[in-house]
Design a protein around this ligand. Structure first.
Ligand code: HEC
Length: 242
């Protein structure tokens, strides 16, 4: 009773402030009461120096082979081996010893089962039957532009299935460089060898050293000149007909 009486004596302005005053008060508590840990957390401003990293930079370089989303990577020749619809003749990566070593590695993994270690088309798969793989030492394939090889690896060729999903473009070119080296290795003349080594070669017996028993997988048996595919044997002939 007494309380109510006292209130009655308060001015209407004061009552107004009391009635609405809790809103800014609440806001004040919210704003000042919040922790600012996230805002004030230890962090680097853009390009700020760092004592943590050896090079003193807080901005780190992207890891190797990072691809920016908007980077234009597509080089038509590199990706297709074609230029204006025609197969190209140059290998668009530097052909170094490293490239050839890589080419050999990827070739040995992917192509040897059919085309053989030396590329004569007499790999193990074919020996078991089926369609004869191409012999890379045929006159035709020795002079076929590299772009065609790239196209065959990428898209397949008649009975040969494509390898685009398995072999990266750079590795496809490395394989081609290696196939070119294989081709040269089987058709090199003495003039291609440095002069000081020519004598050494000439002094060696001309007969090839026979393979140890059971090692005829080397694929070193030369195909008759101009022949595209290996000789058919009764066994694989049977396979091919199935
Ligand atoms: C599973 C067996 C198989 C594998 C593995 C294989 N090939 Fe072939 N390849 C073939 C066959 C079979 C042909 C012949 C296709 C035809 O003429 O119908 C052929 C043909 C080719 C040709 C000749 C195309 C032409 O113009 O005559 C090239 C070049 C070639 N392969 C490259 C490769 C390379 C490089 C690899 C490894 C990346 C590879 N092949 C792996 C089976 C294979």
């Amino acid at each position: 009773m007494q309380l109510r009486n006292r209130n009655r004596h308060r001015s209407p302005q004061l009552m107004q402030v009391l009635r609405t005053g809790w809103i800014p008060l609440l806001l004040l508590i919210f704003i000042t009461g919040c922790h600012r840990d996230m805002y004030d957390q230890p962090k680097y401003e853009p390009l700020e120096a760092s004592t943590f990293f050896e090079d003193g930079r807080s901005a780190r370089k992207p890891v190797d082979n990072t691809v920016a989303v908007d980077e234009v990577l597509y080089d038509e020749y590199f990706m297709t081996g074609m230029r204006d619809g025609a197969v190209g003749t140059e290998i668009p990566i530097p052909v170094t010893e490293e490239t050839l070593a890589r080419g050999q590695e990827v070739y040995n993994i992917n192509c040897v089962p059919c085309h053989g270690l030396a590329g004569y088309g007499n790999g193990m798969v074919w020996r078991r039957g089926g369609v004869p793989p191409a012999n890379f030492h045929s006159d035709r394939l020795r002079t076929t532009p590299v772009g065609h090889f790239y196209d065959v690896i990428t898209n397949g060729y008649r009975y040969m299935y494509p390898y685009a999903h398995k072999i990266a473009p750079e590795d496809r070119w490395a394989i081609i460089a290696y196939i070119r080296a294989l081709q040269l290795s089987q058709h090199a003349t003495l003039d291609a060898v440095p002069a000081d080594m020519q004598q050494e070669l000439q002094s060696q017996p001309s007969e090839a050293t026979p393979m140890p028993e059971g090692q005829d997988m080397s694929g070193a048996t030369p195909m008759p000149e101009g022949q595209d595919t290996p000789e058919a044997t009764p066994e694989n002939q049977q396979g091919a007909e199935q």
